[in-house]
Ligand binder design. Structure first.
Ligand code: TRP
Length: 431
Protein backbone atom coordinates (compact mmCIF):
# COMPACT_ATOMS: atom_id res chain seq x y z
CA UNK A 1 0.00 0.00 0.00
CA UNK A 2 1.54 3.29 -1.03
CA UNK A 3 1.54 6.27 1.30
CA UNK A 4 -0.41 8.43 -1.10
CA UNK A 5 -3.41 6.13 -1.44
CA UNK A 6 -6.72 7.85 -0.67
CA UNK A 7 -9.34 5.78 1.09
CA UNK A 8 -13.05 6.32 0.39
CA UNK A 9 -15.76 4.75 2.49
CA UNK A 10 -19.50 4.45 1.92
CA UNK A 11 -22.13 2.91 4.17
CA UNK A 12 -25.52 1.75 2.93
CA UNK A 13 -28.24 1.26 5.51
CA UNK A 14 -30.02 -2.02 4.82
CA UNK A 15 -33.62 -0.93 4.89
CA UNK A 16 -35.81 -0.96 1.81
CA UNK A 17 -35.26 -1.94 -1.80
CA UNK A 18 -33.15 0.24 -4.10
CA UNK A 19 -34.94 2.41 -6.66
CA UNK A 20 -33.76 4.36 -9.68
CA UNK A 21 -33.10 7.41 -7.49
CA UNK A 22 -30.62 5.40 -5.39
CA UNK A 23 -29.04 4.08 -8.56
CA UNK A 24 -28.50 7.46 -10.19
CA UNK A 25 -27.67 9.33 -6.97
CA UNK A 26 -25.49 6.80 -5.16
CA UNK A 27 -24.88 3.38 -6.68
CA UNK A 28 -23.83 4.36 -10.20
CA UNK A 29 -21.43 7.14 -9.17
CA UNK A 30 -19.94 4.94 -6.44
CA UNK A 31 -19.32 2.04 -8.81
CA UNK A 32 -17.59 4.42 -11.24
CA UNK A 33 -15.55 5.94 -8.42
CA UNK A 34 -14.46 2.50 -7.22
CA UNK A 35 -12.34 2.14 -10.35
CA UNK A 36 -10.14 5.22 -9.79
CA UNK A 37 -6.42 4.54 -9.57
CA UNK A 38 -4.63 5.43 -6.35
CA UNK A 39 -7.69 4.84 -4.19
CA UNK A 40 -8.95 2.18 -1.85
CA UNK A 41 -12.69 1.88 -1.64
CA UNK A 42 -14.78 0.54 1.20
CA UNK A 43 -18.47 -0.23 0.70
CA UNK A 44 -20.41 -1.82 3.47
CA UNK A 45 -23.93 -2.82 4.39
CA UNK A 46 -24.79 -0.89 7.54
CA UNK A 47 -27.04 -3.52 9.07
CA UNK A 48 -26.43 -2.40 12.67
CA UNK A 49 -27.70 1.01 11.60
CA UNK A 50 -30.74 -0.66 10.06
CA UNK A 51 -31.68 -2.04 13.50
CA UNK A 52 -32.15 1.51 14.73
CA UNK A 53 -35.07 2.03 12.35
CA UNK A 54 -36.42 -1.46 11.83
CA UNK A 55 -37.39 -4.25 14.21
CA UNK A 56 -38.56 -6.78 11.61
CA UNK A 57 -35.89 -9.49 11.26
CA UNK A 58 -37.16 -10.79 7.91
CA UNK A 59 -37.11 -7.31 6.41
CA UNK A 60 -33.57 -6.68 7.62
CA UNK A 61 -32.41 -9.93 6.05
CA UNK A 62 -34.29 -9.41 2.79
CA UNK A 63 -33.08 -5.86 2.42
CA UNK A 64 -29.48 -6.91 3.07
CA UNK A 65 -29.81 -9.50 0.32
CA UNK A 66 -31.37 -7.09 -2.18
CA UNK A 67 -28.98 -4.24 -1.53
CA UNK A 68 -25.91 -6.48 -1.71
CA UNK A 69 -27.22 -7.98 -4.97
CA UNK A 70 -27.87 -4.49 -6.40
CA UNK A 71 -24.34 -3.29 -5.80
CA UNK A 72 -22.74 -6.38 -7.29
CA UNK A 73 -25.16 -6.40 -10.23
CA UNK A 74 -24.47 -2.70 -10.85
CA UNK A 75 -20.82 -3.55 -11.40
CA UNK A 76 -19.11 -3.28 -8.03
CA UNK A 77 -16.22 -5.73 -8.14
CA UNK A 78 -15.78 -7.30 -4.68
CA UNK A 79 -12.24 -8.32 -5.66
CA UNK A 80 -11.21 -4.72 -6.35
CA UNK A 81 -12.82 -3.08 -3.34
CA UNK A 82 -13.62 -3.84 0.29
CA UNK A 83 -17.25 -4.99 0.25
CA UNK A 84 -18.57 -6.27 3.56
CA UNK A 85 -21.37 -6.33 6.06
CA UNK A 86 -20.92 -4.15 9.15
CA UNK A 87 -22.10 -6.84 11.57
CA UNK A 88 -19.40 -9.23 10.31
CA UNK A 89 -16.72 -6.93 11.71
CA UNK A 90 -16.81 -7.29 15.52
CA UNK A 91 -14.05 -4.69 15.79
CA UNK A 92 -16.58 -2.02 14.76
CA UNK A 93 -18.68 -2.53 17.89
CA UNK A 94 -15.52 -2.72 20.00
CA UNK A 95 -14.35 0.59 18.61
CA UNK A 96 -17.82 2.05 19.18
CA UNK A 97 -17.29 1.61 22.91
CA UNK A 98 -13.84 3.19 22.93
CA UNK A 99 -15.28 6.17 21.07
CA UNK A 100 -18.31 6.32 23.36
CA UNK A 101 -15.89 6.91 26.22
CA UNK A 102 -14.33 9.96 24.56
CA UNK A 103 -17.62 11.52 23.38
CA UNK A 104 -19.42 14.14 25.40
CA UNK A 105 -23.13 13.49 25.89
CA UNK A 106 -23.71 17.13 25.00
CA UNK A 107 -22.29 16.51 21.55
CA UNK A 108 -24.79 13.73 20.87
CA UNK A 109 -27.63 15.86 22.27
CA UNK A 110 -27.07 18.07 19.23
CA UNK A 111 -27.24 15.29 16.62
CA UNK A 112 -29.96 16.05 14.05
CA UNK A 113 -31.79 12.73 14.12
CA UNK A 114 -32.07 12.74 17.89
CA UNK A 115 -32.96 16.42 18.06
CA UNK A 116 -35.67 16.00 15.43
CA UNK A 117 -37.38 13.40 17.61
CA UNK A 118 -37.01 15.57 20.72
CA UNK A 119 -38.53 18.54 18.86
CA UNK A 120 -41.38 16.36 17.67
CA UNK A 121 -42.01 15.14 21.22
CA UNK A 122 -41.89 18.67 22.60
CA UNK A 123 -44.40 19.85 19.99
CA UNK A 124 -46.68 16.90 20.85
CA UNK A 125 -46.40 17.70 24.55
CA UNK A 126 -45.03 14.24 25.45
CA UNK A 127 -41.85 13.27 27.27
CA UNK A 128 -38.86 14.68 25.36
CA UNK A 129 -37.26 11.25 25.05
CA UNK A 130 -40.38 9.34 24.02
CA UNK A 131 -39.57 6.85 21.23
CA UNK A 132 -35.86 7.58 21.58
CA UNK A 133 -33.74 4.47 21.89
CA UNK A 134 -30.08 4.62 22.82
CA UNK A 135 -29.52 3.23 19.32
CA UNK A 136 -30.86 6.46 17.83
CA UNK A 137 -28.90 8.53 20.34
CA UNK A 138 -25.65 6.64 19.68
CA UNK A 139 -26.10 6.52 15.90
CA UNK A 140 -23.25 9.02 15.26
CA UNK A 141 -20.81 7.03 17.41
CA UNK A 142 -21.45 3.80 15.52
CA UNK A 143 -21.06 5.70 12.27
CA UNK A 144 -17.77 7.20 13.45
CA UNK A 145 -16.52 3.71 14.29
CA UNK A 146 -17.42 2.55 10.74
CA UNK A 147 -15.28 5.32 9.32
CA UNK A 148 -12.35 5.44 11.75
CA UNK A 149 -11.94 1.65 11.75
CA UNK A 150 -10.64 1.81 8.19
CA UNK A 151 -8.77 5.12 8.41
CA UNK A 152 -10.98 6.55 5.69
CA UNK A 153 -9.91 9.93 4.32
CA UNK A 154 -13.05 10.77 2.40
CA UNK A 155 -16.66 9.87 2.97
CA UNK A 156 -19.07 10.75 0.13
CA UNK A 157 -22.36 11.68 1.77
CA UNK A 158 -25.45 13.78 1.37
CA UNK A 159 -25.83 17.11 3.17
CA UNK A 160 -27.80 15.46 5.96
CA UNK A 161 -24.76 13.41 6.98
CA UNK A 162 -22.20 16.23 7.18
CA UNK A 163 -22.81 16.73 10.88
CA UNK A 164 -22.04 13.06 11.51
CA UNK A 165 -18.69 13.45 9.77
CA UNK A 166 -17.85 16.43 11.95
CA UNK A 167 -18.65 14.36 15.01
CA UNK A 168 -16.46 11.52 13.73
CA UNK A 169 -13.58 13.99 13.35
CA UNK A 170 -14.13 15.26 16.89
CA UNK A 171 -14.11 11.74 18.29
CA UNK A 172 -10.91 10.87 16.43
CA UNK A 173 -9.33 14.07 17.69
CA UNK A 174 -10.33 13.39 21.30
CA UNK A 175 -9.01 9.87 21.12
CA UNK A 176 -5.72 10.99 19.57
CA UNK A 177 -5.35 13.75 22.10
CA UNK A 178 -5.68 11.31 24.99
CA UNK A 179 -3.89 8.27 23.60
CA UNK A 180 -1.62 9.37 20.75
CA UNK A 181 -2.00 9.66 16.98
CA UNK A 182 -3.78 6.46 16.02
CA UNK A 183 -6.88 7.60 14.16
CA UNK A 184 -7.17 9.41 10.83
CA UNK A 185 -9.49 12.42 10.68
CA UNK A 186 -12.05 11.86 7.91
CA UNK A 187 -13.63 14.45 5.64
CA UNK A 188 -17.13 14.61 4.24
CA UNK A 189 -17.35 14.80 0.48
CA UNK A 190 -20.58 16.33 -0.65
CA UNK A 191 -21.05 16.04 -4.40
CA UNK A 192 -23.45 18.76 -5.52
CA UNK A 193 -23.37 17.55 -9.10
CA UNK A 194 -25.01 14.18 -8.40
CA UNK A 195 -28.42 14.20 -9.98
CA UNK A 196 -31.43 14.28 -7.71
CA UNK A 197 -33.92 12.19 -9.60
CA UNK A 198 -37.56 13.29 -9.58
CA UNK A 199 -40.14 10.61 -8.85
CA UNK A 200 -43.38 9.70 -10.62
CA UNK A 201 -45.11 12.79 -9.21
CA UNK A 202 -42.27 15.23 -9.89
CA UNK A 203 -41.13 15.48 -6.25
CA UNK A 204 -37.75 14.00 -5.29
CA UNK A 205 -37.84 10.22 -5.83
CA UNK A 206 -38.15 8.77 -2.36
CA UNK A 207 -39.75 5.81 -0.70
CA UNK A 208 -41.41 8.11 1.80
CA UNK A 209 -43.31 9.82 -1.06
CA UNK A 210 -44.27 6.46 -2.59
CA UNK A 211 -43.24 7.77 -6.01
CA UNK A 212 -40.34 5.47 -6.86
CA UNK A 213 -39.42 3.37 -9.88
CA UNK A 214 -37.88 0.10 -8.69
CA UNK A 215 -34.32 -0.47 -9.87
CA UNK A 216 -34.65 -4.19 -10.52
CA UNK A 217 -38.39 -4.53 -10.38
CA UNK A 218 -39.71 -6.86 -13.12
CA UNK A 219 -39.55 -5.26 -16.57
CA UNK A 220 -43.32 -5.00 -16.99
CA UNK A 221 -43.67 -3.30 -13.65
CA UNK A 222 -41.01 -0.74 -14.56
CA UNK A 223 -42.87 -0.08 -17.83
CA UNK A 224 -46.11 0.48 -15.93
CA UNK A 225 -44.42 2.80 -13.45
CA UNK A 226 -42.84 4.83 -16.24
CA UNK A 227 -46.15 5.16 -18.03
CA UNK A 228 -47.65 6.51 -14.80
CA UNK A 229 -45.22 9.45 -14.63
CA UNK A 230 -47.28 12.60 -14.23
CA UNK A 231 -47.28 14.86 -17.33
CA UNK A 232 -49.43 17.76 -18.40
CA UNK A 233 -52.44 17.46 -20.68
CA UNK A 234 -50.86 18.68 -23.92
CA UNK A 235 -52.02 16.64 -26.88
CA UNK A 236 -49.76 14.99 -29.46
CA UNK A 237 -48.48 17.63 -31.87
CA UNK A 238 -48.50 20.38 -29.23
CA UNK A 239 -44.99 21.57 -28.24
CA UNK A 240 -43.99 20.45 -24.73
CA UNK A 241 -41.89 22.11 -22.02
CA UNK A 242 -38.71 20.32 -20.87
CA UNK A 243 -38.53 22.71 -17.91
CA UNK A 244 -40.17 21.00 -14.92
CA UNK A 245 -40.80 17.77 -16.82
CA UNK A 246 -39.96 14.82 -14.56
CA UNK A 247 -39.94 12.55 -17.59
CA UNK A 248 -37.33 14.72 -19.29
CA UNK A 249 -35.14 14.89 -16.18
CA UNK A 250 -35.19 11.15 -15.67
CA UNK A 251 -34.33 10.63 -19.33
CA UNK A 252 -31.42 13.06 -19.00
CA UNK A 253 -30.01 11.05 -16.07
CA UNK A 254 -29.62 8.03 -18.35
CA UNK A 255 -28.97 9.51 -21.78
CA UNK A 256 -25.91 10.97 -23.48
CA UNK A 257 -25.95 14.75 -24.10
CA UNK A 258 -26.72 14.04 -27.79
CA UNK A 259 -29.67 11.83 -26.92
CA UNK A 260 -30.94 14.46 -24.49
CA UNK A 261 -30.66 17.14 -27.17
CA UNK A 262 -32.67 14.97 -29.52
CA UNK A 263 -35.48 14.54 -27.01
CA UNK A 264 -35.46 18.28 -26.40
CA UNK A 265 -36.09 18.82 -30.11
CA UNK A 266 -38.85 16.21 -30.09
CA UNK A 267 -40.49 17.99 -27.14
CA UNK A 268 -40.47 21.20 -29.19
CA UNK A 269 -41.85 19.33 -32.18
CA UNK A 270 -44.78 18.04 -30.11
CA UNK A 271 -43.94 14.40 -29.37
CA UNK A 272 -46.85 12.49 -27.81
CA UNK A 273 -46.39 11.80 -24.10
CA UNK A 274 -46.86 8.09 -24.70
CA UNK A 275 -44.03 8.10 -27.27
CA UNK A 276 -41.78 10.02 -24.90
CA UNK A 277 -42.54 7.50 -22.17
CA UNK A 278 -41.71 4.64 -24.48
CA UNK A 279 -38.37 6.33 -25.30
CA UNK A 280 -37.63 6.69 -21.61
CA UNK A 281 -38.51 3.09 -20.90
CA UNK A 282 -36.30 1.85 -23.74
CA UNK A 283 -33.41 4.01 -22.59
CA UNK A 284 -33.59 2.84 -18.97
CA UNK A 285 -34.14 -0.76 -19.99
CA UNK A 286 -31.02 -0.68 -22.20
CA UNK A 287 -28.92 0.21 -19.17
CA UNK A 288 -30.65 -1.91 -16.55
CA UNK A 289 -31.59 -5.11 -18.40
CA UNK A 290 -28.09 -6.63 -18.49
CA UNK A 291 -27.72 -5.93 -14.77
CA UNK A 292 -31.16 -7.30 -13.99
CA UNK A 293 -30.11 -10.78 -15.12
CA UNK A 294 -27.19 -10.72 -12.69
CA UNK A 295 -29.39 -9.29 -9.95
CA UNK A 296 -31.97 -12.02 -10.34
CA UNK A 297 -29.30 -14.69 -10.34
CA UNK A 298 -27.82 -13.39 -7.09
CA UNK A 299 -31.14 -12.97 -5.31
CA UNK A 300 -31.96 -16.54 -6.26
CA UNK A 301 -28.55 -17.77 -5.07
CA UNK A 302 -28.16 -16.04 -1.71
CA UNK A 303 -25.41 -18.48 -0.75
CA UNK A 304 -23.22 -16.93 -3.47
CA UNK A 305 -23.69 -13.49 -2.00
CA UNK A 306 -23.01 -14.85 1.46
CA UNK A 307 -19.68 -16.20 0.22
CA UNK A 308 -18.82 -12.85 -1.32
CA UNK A 309 -19.64 -11.07 1.94
CA UNK A 310 -17.68 -13.55 4.05
CA UNK A 311 -14.63 -13.11 1.84
CA UNK A 312 -15.12 -9.35 2.07
CA UNK A 313 -15.28 -9.50 5.86
CA UNK A 314 -12.06 -11.51 6.03
CA UNK A 315 -10.34 -8.93 3.82
CA UNK A 316 -11.69 -6.00 5.85
CA UNK A 317 -10.70 -7.62 9.13
CA UNK A 318 -7.10 -7.80 7.95
CA UNK A 319 -7.24 -4.02 8.43
CA UNK A 320 -9.56 -3.87 11.43
CA UNK A 321 -7.89 -6.47 13.64
CA UNK A 322 -4.39 -4.93 13.83
CA UNK A 323 -5.76 -1.41 14.29
CA UNK A 324 -8.11 -2.57 17.05
CA UNK A 325 -5.20 -4.30 18.77
CA UNK A 326 -3.25 -1.04 18.62
CA UNK A 327 -6.21 0.99 19.94
CA UNK A 328 -6.85 -1.39 22.84
CA UNK A 329 -3.19 -1.32 23.75
CA UNK A 330 -3.16 2.49 23.63
CA UNK A 331 -6.02 2.87 26.14
CA UNK A 332 -4.51 0.31 28.52
CA UNK A 333 -6.57 -2.79 27.69
CA UNK A 334 -3.42 -4.83 27.76
CA UNK A 335 -2.14 -8.32 28.30
CA UNK A 336 -1.03 -8.49 31.94
CA UNK A 337 1.78 -10.88 31.04
CA UNK A 338 3.58 -7.94 29.42
CA UNK A 339 3.97 -6.55 32.94
CA UNK A 340 5.27 -9.91 34.25
CA UNK A 341 7.73 -9.93 31.38
CA UNK A 342 8.97 -6.52 32.48
CA UNK A 343 9.57 -7.66 36.08
CA UNK A 344 11.41 -10.75 34.89
CA UNK A 345 13.71 -8.65 32.75
CA UNK A 346 14.57 -6.47 35.77
CA UNK A 347 15.29 -9.55 37.84
CA UNK A 348 17.39 -11.10 35.09
CA UNK A 349 19.40 -7.92 34.87
CA UNK A 350 20.03 -8.03 38.63
CA UNK A 351 20.98 -11.69 38.36
CA UNK A 352 23.94 -11.18 36.01
CA UNK A 353 27.60 -11.39 37.00
CA UNK A 354 28.99 -7.90 37.56
CA UNK A 355 32.10 -5.82 38.13
CA UNK A 356 32.20 -3.59 41.19
CA UNK A 357 34.74 -0.77 41.44
CA UNK A 358 35.81 0.80 44.70
CA UNK A 359 38.60 2.65 46.46
CA UNK A 360 40.38 1.29 49.52
CA UNK A 361 41.85 3.18 52.48
CA UNK A 362 45.30 2.65 50.90
CA UNK A 363 44.25 5.21 48.27
CA UNK A 364 44.33 2.69 45.42
CA UNK A 365 41.51 1.69 43.09
CA UNK A 366 40.24 -1.89 42.99
CA UNK A 367 37.53 -3.98 41.34
CA UNK A 368 35.81 -7.22 42.14
CA UNK A 369 34.03 -9.54 39.74
CA UNK A 370 31.06 -11.25 41.40
CA UNK A 371 28.62 -13.83 40.03
CA UNK A 372 24.82 -13.52 39.95
CA UNK A 373 24.56 -14.69 43.54
CA UNK A 374 27.15 -12.16 44.69
CA UNK A 375 29.93 -14.76 45.16
CA UNK A 376 33.40 -13.36 44.61
CA UNK A 377 35.02 -14.69 41.41
CA UNK A 378 37.92 -12.37 40.84
CA UNK A 379 39.78 -9.87 43.04
CA UNK A 380 41.99 -7.20 41.51
CA UNK A 381 45.12 -5.76 42.96
CA UNK A 382 45.31 -1.99 43.46
CA UNK A 383 45.44 0.51 40.53
CA UNK A 384 46.75 4.04 40.71
CA UNK A 385 43.65 5.47 39.05
CA UNK A 386 40.01 4.46 38.41
CA UNK A 387 40.78 4.75 34.70
CA UNK A 388 43.39 1.96 34.86
CA UNK A 389 40.97 -0.25 36.82
CA UNK A 390 38.34 0.45 34.17
CA UNK A 391 40.74 -0.42 31.33
CA UNK A 392 41.51 -3.75 32.97
CA UNK A 393 37.77 -4.50 33.26
CA UNK A 394 37.21 -3.53 29.63
CA UNK A 395 40.07 -5.85 28.60
CA UNK A 396 38.53 -8.76 30.50
CA UNK A 397 35.13 -8.14 28.99
CA UNK A 398 36.56 -7.91 25.49
CA UNK A 399 38.78 -11.00 25.78
CA UNK A 400 36.32 -13.11 27.77
CA UNK A 401 39.45 -14.84 29.05
CA UNK A 402 42.05 -14.46 31.78
CA UNK A 403 45.21 -13.16 30.14
CA UNK A 404 48.52 -14.15 31.78
CA UNK A 405 49.93 -11.57 34.15
CA UNK A 406 46.48 -10.17 34.97
CA UNK A 407 46.57 -7.81 37.97
CA UNK A 408 43.77 -9.84 39.49
CA UNK A 409 43.46 -13.28 41.06
CA UNK A 410 40.68 -15.80 41.13
CA UNK A 411 39.10 -16.06 44.53
CA UNK A 412 39.45 -19.09 46.77
CA UNK A 413 37.72 -22.19 45.39
CA UNK A 414 37.05 -20.53 41.98
CA UNK A 415 38.79 -21.70 38.82
CA UNK A 416 39.50 -19.77 35.65
CA UNK A 417 36.76 -21.69 33.79
CA UNK A 418 34.08 -20.31 36.10
CA UNK A 419 35.35 -16.77 35.61
CA UNK A 420 35.37 -17.15 31.84
CA UNK A 421 31.82 -18.58 31.89
CA UNK A 422 30.66 -15.56 33.90
CA UNK A 423 32.40 -13.18 31.47
CA UNK A 424 30.62 -14.86 28.59
CA UNK A 425 27.25 -14.65 30.33
CA UNK A 426 27.76 -10.96 30.85
CA UNK A 427 28.76 -10.45 27.22
CA UNK A 428 25.72 -12.37 25.93
CA UNK A 429 23.37 -10.25 28.03
CA UNK A 430 24.77 -7.21 26.25
CA UNK A 431 26.04 -5.62 29.47
N1 TRP B 1 -25.82 6.99 8.05
C1 TRP B 1 -25.68 6.64 6.66
C2 TRP B 1 -26.97 6.89 5.93
O1 TRP B 1 -28.04 6.77 6.51
C3 TRP B 1 -25.26 5.21 6.50
C4 TRP B 1 -23.94 4.97 7.14
C5 TRP B 1 -23.68 4.23 8.24
C6 TRP B 1 -22.72 5.52 6.69
N2 TRP B 1 -22.37 4.25 8.51
C7 TRP B 1 -21.74 5.03 7.60
C8 TRP B 1 -22.35 6.35 5.63
C9 TRP B 1 -20.41 5.40 7.46
C10 TRP B 1 -21.02 6.70 5.49
C11 TRP B 1 -20.06 6.24 6.40
O2 TRP B 1 -26.95 7.18 4.77
Amino acid sequence: MSASVVRYLTGITTTGTPHLGNYVGAIRPAVQASRRAGTENFYFLADYHALIKCDEPARIQRSTLEIAACWVAAGLDPEQVFFYRQSDIPEITELTWLLTCVTGKGVLNRAHAYKAQVDKNTAAGVDVDAEVTMGLFMYPVLMAADILMFKAHKVPVGRDQVQHLEMARDMAQSYNHLYGEHLVLPEAQVDESVALLPGLDGRKMSKSYDNVIGLFAPREQVRKQIFSIVTDSRAPGEPKETEGSALFQIYQAFATPEETQKLRQQYAAGIAWSDAKQMLFDRIDAEIAPMRARYEHLVNHPEELERILQAGAAKARQRATPLMRELREAVGLRNLATLAGGAKKEKAKAALPSFKQYRESDGLFYFKFVDAQGRLLLQSSGFASPKEAGQCIAGLKAAQALPPGLPAATADGVDAGQVVAALRELAESGN
